[in-house]
Design a protein around this ligand. Structure first.
Ligand code: T4K
Length: 388
């Protein structure tokens, strides 16, 4: 039951009074490593006068990523989106690729930029990620592969997707932008499918200001990726293919390395906040935290609730507005869905009819603030607001 429009939580007035949180709590507030460590690493690059183009910090970062993800290759890129694009191109994907619409629009854009048509597929109502049965039904004669998304740090049903792609000779790759430090069956994300694309954008659990990487065990693929991200240069005067500039700079790698050193602290803060949200929201009618995968298999970087208007007494959007007024900057990711964004909306205006689970979730889910910028007291206040 919701209280009257003017009421109190503790000694602070709600809905019209001063915001409950005096300092805003943002979804996406970066995890910041020790600034002295970042600047020392950048100072080293300045001292060496080696600022980009496969420098020692990039090489060190790639070595640490290989170790962390248990893969033979990690090819860093200037952004996660660029990594996705290179991965799609290096895999030779053509025609159409099956992909969820419940994802950040970069997943679909990366395909389209490579001349590949994204075929939006509905998701499983429990996991909210690609459902292998629905994927099988979405495959078209021109489909060359499936691009799964480890949504909000949960790893997809990799085995189910392999069972669909392998017998049909389709490629399988993953958008693992959310999945650094997540795992499935004890295996770290980054090592599934033929390749995975990571993101180190500022808002991610591990950030390099901007950046990404493609991880793979395929030597040939890694070689093609490395060529593609550097204009196709195979030697000082030798260009062997049509490449692009997708390189990570030394400054970005410095941030990535320093962040990696402090990843355990970031994960600890996420786990602490997730546990506090679970406690604080368990008795709130109409509000359900996304079901967790097996213990320790998510980075807990996205706190996602599903709001049922009837039993919560207000809609997801009303709750989002209420939180915003109280300095809690929640996000309606990934509303309204890729299929309702251009150019996809104009291309396939009726796509929503084939995506009932996706549509339902897009009207009900809300991401709440977490990470090292959010402390336990802030989580308690957010829960108090939601439960009010
Ligand atoms: N695939 C998936 C599934 C993805 O989610 C993403 C990116 C990609 C691929 C592509 O990876 P990248 O090419 O980006 O590496 C943000 C991020 O820009 C984007 O990286 C991320 N996913 C997406 C989920 O979130 P917006 O449009 O929401 O960004 P913005 O500017 O509204 O910021 C989000 C929140 O973070 C705000 O509350 C403000 C806060 N913030 C942001 C920045 C940059 C800060 O507090 N400090 C900051 O420095 O896309």
């Amino acid at each position: 039951m919701r209280g009257p429009a003017k009421a109190a939580v503790g000694d602070l007035a709600l809905f019209g009074g001063p915001p409950l949180l005096t300092r805003p709590a943002h979804v996406g507030a970066p995890n910041v490593p020790d600034p002295a460590r970042v600047t020392a690493l950048i100072a080293g690059a300045l001292e060496r006068r080696w600022l980009t183009n496969d420098g020692p910090l990039v090489q060190a970062f790639e070595a640490r990523l290989r170790e962390a993800h248990g893969v033979r290759h990690a090819v860093t890129t200037s952004s996660g989106t660029l990594g996705l694009m290179l991965m799609i191109r290096a895999l030779g994907l053509t025609g159409s690729v099956v992909v969820p619409a419940l994802t950040f629009v970069a997943t679909a854009h990366a395909l389209l930029w490579q001349g590949v048509t994204p075929v939006f597929c509905d998701v499983d109502p429990e996991t909210w990620m690609l459902d292998p049965e629905r994927v099988a039904a979405a495959i078209r004669p021109d489909t060359s592969g499936v691009l799964g998304v480890h949504l909000w740090g949960h790893v997809c049903d990799v085995e189910g997707l392999e069972a669909v792609t392998r017998p049909r000779g389709l490629r399988l790759a993953f958008d693992a932008a959310h999945a650094v430090a997540s795992s499935r069956g004890g295996r770290p994300a980054g090592g599934f499918g033929e390749a995975e694309a990571l993101s180190f954008h500022a808002t991610k659990v591990l950030n390099a200001f901007e950046g990404g990487a493609v991880t793979t065990d395929d030597d040939g693929l890694a070689e093609r990726l490395a060529l593609m991200r550097n204009f196709g240069f195979a030697g000082p005067d030798e260009v062997v293919s049509a490449g692009i500039n997708g390189k990570m700079s030394e400054a970005h790698a410095a941030m990535g390395l320093a962040s990696l050193e402090e990843l355990p602290r970031f994960l600890e803060a996420n786990a602490r906040n997730m546990a506090a949200y679970r406690r604080g929201l368990e008795a709130v009618p109409g509000v359900r935290l996304r079901a967790a995968p097996a213990a320790g298999e998510t980075n807990d970087h996205y706190v996602v609730i599903e709001v049922d208007r009837a039993s919560a007494g207000l809609s997801r959007d009303a709750l989002c507005d209420l939180l915003t007024a109280e300095n809690v900057l929640a996000r309606r990711y990934f509303f309204p869905g890729c299929h309702r964004m251009e150019p996809y909306r104009s291309l396939w205006p009726d796509a929503g009819e084939r995506l009932p689970v996706t549509e339902r979730l897009l009207g009900r889910v809300l991401c709440l603030p977490t990470g090292t910028a959010v402390d336990a007291a802030a989580v308690d206040r957010v829960c108090a607001l939601i439960g009010f």
